[in-house]
Design a protein around this ligand. Sequence first.
Ligand code: GDP
Length: 179
Amino acid sequence: ALEPGRPYRVVLLGANGVGKTAFARIFAGAEDSMDTDECELCGDETWEKMIEVDGESATVTLLDTCDAETGSEWSQECHMQTGDAFLLLYSITDRASFLRASELRINLRRFRPAQHTPIILVGNKCDLVRCRDVSVSDGRACAAVFDCKFIETSAAMQHNVWEAFHGIVRQLRLRRDSK
Ligand code: GDP
């Protein structure tokens, strides 16, 4: 169960190149006092930070994962069990990454059966309008099927990225408060 004082573990999932590291950079910001850590086993990085959402502070541990699409999917899957919430990223310019997000969502369900896990489907790179390969309505429809929230973002423009982080904290709080 989530205790009010414990950091929320938020995991970034998605195909390579969709913008997970860009998200983590925005989260990390310019602070040098932040705790950063590297997972010895898989080399994934974590950042811990206190953020304020709706006038209440929350400590978030963010995990940036690497997608090993060939062979072992171990890295992302090992975090599927330990995360409290997930930002499932794809690039709106890359249909394959959108399909990959669906696969990851299905894997997530396998690892987290019978639990309502907060997930936001994130269509990143929405600044690249001319290269759009996944429509807003496709993204929204996919989120509806997967029973999760949906947002389009641009890490490059810093558009909606904090909204995604705040949104996941709100969902975590709702879940905590309903227990
Ligand atoms: P990761 O493999 O998921 O960690 O992806 P990265 O964060 O390394 O991003 C892959 C590439 O996409 C980099 O060249 C980023 O600069 C670029 N990128 C990430 N987010 C955006 C975005 O919102 N818009 C644009 N135009 N480029 C982005």
